[in-house]
Design a binder for this molecule. Sequence first.
Ligand code: PHE
Length: 470
Amino acid sequence: MQQPIAAAPDEAAANAAFRHEYWSSRLAFVLAASGSAVGLGNVWKFPYITGEHGGGAFVLVYLACIAVIGVPVMMAEVLIGRRGGESPVGSMRHLAHQERRTQLWQAAGWFGVVGSFLILSFYSVIGGWALAYAWFALSGTFGSATGGGGEGTAANIKAIFDGLLADPGALVGWHTAFMALTIGIVAGGVKGGLERAATLMMPGLFLLLLFLVGYAAVTTGSFGRGLAFMFSPDFSELTWDAVLVALGHAFFSLSLGMGIMAAYGSYLPRHISIGQAAIVISALDTAVALLAGICIFPIVFAFGLEPGAGPGLVFVTLPIAFGEMPGGGVIVGTIFFLFIIFAALTSSISLLEPTVELLQQRRVRRGVAAVAAGVVIWALGIASALSFNAWSDIPVFGKSIFDALDFLTANIMLPLGALLLAVFAGWAMSRRSTAEELELGEGLPYRLWRFMIRYVSPVAILLVFIYNLA
Ligand code: PHE
């Protein structure tokens, strides 16, 4: 690593050379950040981990984590990015210097770069599943699988999923296509790429989920059971492991802990309220996750599937609904998976962006940076893809490579990264700097935030860790 002080003027010059882009409006920022937050985490991961951890009590803990820890940490990350004005690594260096703290704080930025690489490597494999499913929907596969209805339906749909997982060539191919799309959008830049991608897709996904909730309510006959599973908590089922998963997923779903919201915050013009934006983004993200659960669980119960079926849950439930729709659900199914792909892309580009911003600050051209980082991530992702078939018996800490990466990032790295950023914003940064950046004045809202970020978030994260070790 370079000498921070000596490198500063150099760095500043490099910044001045490339930093001319900002979000064009508050709405653009909220949409892009929501685009990062809303993704496979909401539609794919939230339902299956809710299923694995028994439903209601897990959902309640998750909601508490979002409100009490997620929102304050998101505000902290965005304020660090806007005040630092650079990539997460650069911002931490800059702010540590400004606040006269040790340059070791930069490590939090590097930690985020490594974490984003790991997350994107397996995220892209699931993004590939969504691509494959859009193709299946379009080619009428679900309609023929559910053809006669009745007994065989769930088994046929499950066979499609198992067939995809068993095929290394297909998984790697779809993963490659997804990474190529991600790299292409990021190479397009903040306004041309990130912003444009987010503006169209979010509202569409929302409407389609509402439609599917209506479908689940009217046709499955198990709507009440699905709702009860999600919303009537049974705390006797709740374990500390489940609390850790809920906490980790709150960070995963809100894209926190890896400096991503800091990178997006660095493109945020002044005089946009960070607190309001954080609340809107978190609310949207939560709404999409809950809607996804509300359409999936009634189908699970109606067709005698297992709520704890694991990562395939959304892929073995919703296609049943599509297949049973008139015309085999070709149109609705295709549109639905297209929206999932869009939601996944607005998240995957955010995982690549901080690294690209960092490389740009070292004078690498945007397109070159996107391709270079993307290819490394793509190569890493092959290990996850193969862990579903050819490499399924290579265990890492007793899990498959995919599961181990998911556990390491979501349950360990994201909470740790969030802890570092919370401690930095709450303890290393002066009261004056954070108050000025949040523009909340010195009244109750600011004091509440500062209390949460100094005490509640760090203590809660540490407690959950300690209980899991014990
Ligand atoms: N929040 C994204 C989702 O829910 C995933 C993500 C995680 C994106 C971490 C960025 C950082 O799909």
